[in-house]
Every structure is written in C-alpha cells, then in structure tokens.
Design a protein around this ligand. Structure first.
Ligand code: KG4
Ligand code: ZN
Length: 333
C-alpha cells in the first residue's frame, strides 16, 4: 500500500510518499522562512500564495524521485486542518484533483493526528501510548489509544510552547524562527541568573500555561539598562526562559505518567526538536521505566511523511473521505 501525502497548513510546503512497511519512498519539504522573516512571523496570505506556487512542482518531484506513476498509489492524503485556511485549501484541492483524476481515495488528515502517529512510522510503537505534542500552535498531552482515538489529558490554557519560544525570541531580538534561536543563545547563558517562575508546577491536572512566563521575561528585559541588550543578557534570559519551560513541561508530563502509561512515552511537534527538553524527557522516561520515542528532528517539525502515514493508517482501516470534505481552520483532535 502506497499513499501520497501533502502538507500546507503553515509555512512548510511538503509532499511525501510512504508505504505500508513504514518506508518513506520520497519526501520534500520547502520552508518559507525567508519570505516571512521580514515580518517576524508567518503571514497567512504570503504562505497561501507560496504553497500555490510550489505544490504542483513538489508533488511531481516526489513521484519522480520514487519513480512511480500516480496509478501506482493507493490513496491521496492532505492536511485538511487545523491551520491557516488559505494554505490548507491549496493542499486539499491539489489532493482532491489528483484523487479525482486517477480515481484514488481521498484521505482527510488532521495535522495533529499526523504529529501524533509519526512515532508509528519511525518506531513501530504499539497502541496505547502517551504523547506530548509541543508545536508552534499546540501544546497537549494525549493518551493515544488507537487510530482516531485520542484522549486529551492536558492542554495549554493560553499560549503554545513554540509560540512562547517565538515571542521571547522576538523580545530578545533573536529573530525568526524563534525556537532554534533561543536554544542557540541559551547555550552560552546562565539559567539561574533570572528567577523565572515555573508555570503550573505542582498544580493538579496536566494543563500548561506559558503566557505569564512570557510576561516575566518582558519585565526582566525592562529592568535592564535601556538600549539594545548585551549578548550575555540575551544568553542568560534565553537560558532562564528555556529552563523554566522545560521544568514546567516535565512537571506536567510526570503527572500524566501517573494517570496513564501505555507502551511508550512519545514526543512530537516542532518544540520536540529542543535538545534541553529532549534530555529532560529522556531522563523522565527512564525514571518511569518507559521507552522514550522521539522521531528524528526533520519528522518532528512539519512534514508530509507524517500526513501520508496518517492517511495510510486510515486507508488500512478502510476509512476514506468524500471529495466534498471541507477544509477546517479549527479541528480539535
Ligand atoms: O510543529 P511545527 O513545525 O509547526 C507547527 O505545527 O506549529 O512547530 C514549529 C514550532 C515553532 O514555534 C518553533 O519555534 C518551534 O517549533 N521550534 C523549537 C525548536 N525548533 C523548532 N522550539 C524550541 N527549540 C527548538 N530547537
Ligand atoms: Zn505541526
């Protein structure tokens, strides 16, 4: 079984082919960082036009790399939400057109489900498992009980973790995208110099909150001498902020592990690329005696292999979607 997947819900245009033996036959990801950098964040209209400019070429490219005609595929999957609607429409319409012309089933994939099931593409993890999904738009802990069976144990009550990284990067003048920039700056910093709060630590439940932490970074910056920040100040602020995020997430995960264990602890989403967070979560899993599964970095950030794979999981269960399925800007798992 071979599925073509398309991802266009944010600022990555991506296409990939995967098969039922968990092979990625071909994949391409085109990031639009440069187009959005002058604005310090993703501009939806620019993103949608970028997807439109590139999606046909990237789709043709993966078919060529895998040396496959469209007739050889068994289904076409596209991120159908949640995300920036202009971009989602581009991917969905492209997938539907291919599906209609070649008489293949269309598979409507929830972007979050793509992240949630990536571990089964990379590591053959059995259901059920505990998932920490930390990205630019989402921050959730889920019990993944089966395909389409996701039970939310916790979510953010304000900002997502990646969003907090991006906003703090902007405050510190570290540029965009913020997560990798904060991580790099933090390497030369003293995490103990600024006493940042550990949001939600010790509170009941598994919810997250990062907005107060973001505010305390701003207040610290305002207490420093006016003018551009010194490099050491930036490094110490970045290190302090990152340490607070990691400790807050670790506290929430510890609680979730008390409620639900499953066969493994899996992390997914762009913030899972953060090495300080990975190190902390690796230690936590070891303490809990659970295997820790973190997909390779390129499959943690947005990509189409995860969408193709989620589509394949649906197809294997006989779940396909009609061609009049509507793209959804909001679509909780
Ligand atoms: O999953 P993703 O590629 O897109 C969404 O679906 O949101 O996640 C992007 C987010 C951005 O907020 C980015 O700043 C963050 O992941 N990110 C990181 C790192 N690499 C990417 N955050 C912290 N440390 C990193 N190394
Ligand atoms: Zn994502």
């Amino acid at each position: 079984m071979i599925v073509l997947g398309l991802e266009t819900s944010c600022d990555e245009t991506a296409a990939a082919l995967v098969d039922g033996d968990r092979n990625i036959l071909a994949e391409v990801v085109l990031s639009q960082f440069e187009e959005h950098r002058p604005y310090g964040g993703v501009v939806p209209e620019i993103a949608a036009r970028g997807h439109l400019d590139h999606i046909d070429r990237l789709t043709a490219e993966v078919m060529k790399r895998a040396r496959l005609p469209f007739d050889a595929i068994d289904g076409v999957a596209a991120t159908t939400g949640p995300g920036l609607i202009g971009g989602v429409i581009v991917g969905v319409m492209t997938a539907k057109a291919i599906a209609a012309v070649h008489r293949k089933p269309f598979l409507a994939v929830n972007h979050l489900e793509g992240h949630a099931l990536t571990a089964r593409l990379t590591d053959d993890v059995a259901f059920p498992y505990l998932l920490l999904l930390v990205s630019g738009g989402h921050c959730q802990i889920l019990a993944v009980e089966g395909v389409g069976r996701y039970r939310r144990l916790g979510t953010t009550i304000d900002d997502a973790a990646g969003e907090a990284f991006d906003k703090v990067a902007k405050m510190l003048g570290l540029g965009y995208p913020g997560g990798p920039a904060v991580q790099a700056a933090a390497e030369a910093g003293d995490p103990a110099r600024f006493p940042f709060p550990r949001p939600m630590k010790g509170r009941p439940g598994c919810d997250f909150s990062f907005s107060g932490l973001k505010t305390s970074v701003r207040q610290m910056v305002e207490k420093l001498p006016p003018g551009p920040l010194a490099e050491q100040d930036k490094a110490d602020l970045a290190a302090g902020f990152q340490a607070a995020v990691v400790e807050s997430i670790a506290d929430r995960v510890k609680r979730a592990l008390r409620e639900f264990r499953g066969s493994a602890f899996v992390v997914a989403g762009g913030v899972a690329a953060n090495s300080a967070l990975r190190a902390r979560l690796t230690a936590l899993s070891a303490e809990a005696g659970l295997p820790f599964i973190a997909p390779p970095l390129r499959l943690c950030t947005d990509n189409a292999a995860m969408i193709a794979w989620a589509g394949l999981e649906h197809l294997r269960l006989g779940r396909t979607d009609p061609l009049d399925t509507r793209p959804r800007p909001r679509w909780p798992l």
